[in-house]
Ligand binder design. Structure first.
Ligand SMILES: CC(C)(COP(=O)(O)OP(=O)(O)OC[C@H]1O[C@@H](n2cnc3c(N)ncnc32)[C@H](O)[C@@H]1OP(=O)(O)O)[C@@H](O)C(=O)NCCC(=O)NCCS
Length: 185
C-alpha cells in the first residue's frame, strides 16, 4: 500500500497524486460517467490538475483515490464535499472508473470508510448525496453503505432531451452508530 489514509478489507483510500491525472481524466471524460456526476463539459488535463490541487487546499473537501490492495490498482475516487462545520453536514461523491470493477461491492466499501471518517473523526452529523433517478446501480450501492432515500427533486435533471427526477439520499450519525460499523474498529 502506498500512503494509505483509510484502510478497508479489500481496498484502501489514499490522497490523489499528480500521477493519477491520466486515469482520472480518462474516467471522467467517459460520457456515461460524466453525466452521472452532473458535469456537462469535458475535463482538460489542466482543469483536472487544478481540481486535484484545489481539493488539498480546501478544508471543505476530502477527495481520495480508491485503490484495490491486491495489485495496488487505482479504480476510482470518492470524497466528502461542501463540508459544513457549523451544521456538521457534507455531501458524498464517488466514481469507480474502470467498469470492469463495477458490481464487486467496492463503492459500498469505500463509502463506509469515508462515512466512518466523517462521523468518527470530522464529527459530522449528516452526510447526504443526490443521485439521478435512473442510476439504479448507484442507488443500490448507496443503500448497501447505509444511505436511505429521503426525498425526490422532481424533474431536476435534464438528459437525452427530457427531465428526470433526482433522489436525495442521506445518513445520520445516529443511524451509522446503530449499524454498528466503524472504519476505526
Ligand atoms: C455507481 C457506482 C459508484 C457503483 O459502484 P459499484 O462498486 O459497482 O457498486 P456495487 O458493486 O455495490 O454494485 C451496484 C449494485 O447495484 C446493482 N445494480 C446494478 N445495476 C442495477 C440496476 N439497473 N438496477 C438495480 N440494481 C442494479 C448491482 O447488482 C449491485 O447490487 P448487489 O450487490 O445487491 O447485487 C459505479 O458504478 C460508478 O462509479 N458509476 C459511474 C459514476 C456514478 O454513477 N457515480 C455516482 C453518481 S451519484
Amino acid at each position: 500500500m502506498r500512503n494509505p489514509f483509510l484502510i478497508g478489507e479489500r481496498i484502501y483510500l489514499r490522497p490523489l497524486e499528480e500521477e493519477d491525472l491520466d486515469c482520472c481524466m480518462r474516467w471522467i471524460n467517459d460520457p456515461e460517467i460524466l453525466t452521472t456526476l452532473g458535469r456537462r463539459f469535458p475535463m482538460s488535463r489542466a482543469l483536472e490538475r487544478e481540481w486535484i490541487t484545489s481539493q488539498y487546499k480546501s478544508e471543505k473537501d476530502l477527495s481520495l483515490a480508491i485503490v484495490i490492495k491486491d495489485g495496488d490498482l487505482h479504480i476510482g475516487n470518492c470524497g466528502l464535499h461542501q463540508i459544513d462545520y457549523v451544521n456538521r453536514n457534507a455531501e458524498f461523491g464517488i466514481m469507480i472508473g474502470g467498469k470492469d470493477n463495477w458490481g464487486h461491492g467496492y463503492a459500498p466499501e469505500a463509502a463506509k470508510l469515508i462515512l466512518g471518517y466523517g462521523f468518527d473523526e470530522l464529527n459530522l452529523h449528516r452526510i447526504s448525496l443526490e443521485v439521478y433517478s435512473q442510476n439504479k446501480r448507484a442507488q443500490r450501492a448507496y443503500e448497501k453503505a447505509g444511505f436511505t432515500h429521503e426525498g425526490t427533486k422532481r424533474e431536476a435533471y435534464f438528459r437525452n432531451g427530457r427531465y428526470y427526477d433526482n433522489l436525495i439520499m442521506g445518513i445520520l450519525r445516529s443511524e451509522w452508530r446503530k449499524d454498528g460499523t466503524s472504519s476505526l474498529e
